[in-house]
Ligand binder design. Structure first.
Ligand code: 4NP
Length: 173
């Protein structure tokens, strides 16, 4: 299990998809915005990575950037990177967008850290069990991704607050 609330270090969350240019940078942007809105920046760190290496160093897909910006999420500064071995020790939660991503990281992950691996949609409303890859879809695919991410990230952050953060959150106002 990640992180004991009595230790004051950050909870670290890694979002994972295939290319790290559509779903996981969007998930990072959505969760970071929720964290900022709730005054939890000092406690929760978010990053994202891909299992593939086709887009290393690239900015997110312009369709993701546009769809995210329309909802107030700035993600164009992010750059794609690949999941690396160090991620399994560094991060407390490693949240995958689909079962293929999960299966790939499970093979890479040392046994001692496998409990950190989950599907992000385990925290969703159960209408979808994975975040579908929008890469070959139209604009509605990118909107669906954001709908799913907003719901799941909101519930995931509520989980973090319950499990780890309530006593450390900054008072509102
Ligand atoms: P992502 O989407 O995994 O959500 O970043 C994709 C991006 C690129 C490719 C596939 C999925 N690709 O095949 O290059």
């Amino acid at each position: 299990m990640p992180q004991d609330a009595s230790t004051a270090r950050q909870v670290r969350v890694l979002m994972v998809c295939l290319g790290n240019i559509c779903r996981s940078p969007s998930a990072q942007g959505v969760l970071e915005k929720l964290i900022e809105n709730q005054g939890l920046q000092h406690l929760v760190e978010v990053d994202s990575a891909g299992t593939g290496d086709w887009h290393l160093g690239e900015a997110p897909d312009s369709r993701s950037v546009t769809a995210a910006a329309a909802r107030g999420y700035e993600i164009d500064h992010l750059r794609a990177r690949q999941v690396e071995r160090h991620d399994f020790t560094r991060f407390d939660y490693i949240l995958c967008m689909d079962r293929s991503n999960l299966s790939t990281v499970r093979e890479l992950c040392p046994r001692a850290h496998r409990s950190k691996l989950q599907l992000l949609m385990d925290y969703g409303d159960s209408s979808h069990d994975t975040v579908p890859d929008p890469y070959y879809s139209g604009a509605q695919g990118f909107e669906l991704v954001l709908d799913l991410l907003e719901d799941a990230c909101d519930r995931f952050l509520a989980h973090l607050r319950d499990e780890h953060l309530d006593e450390q959150a900054e008072p509102a106002g």
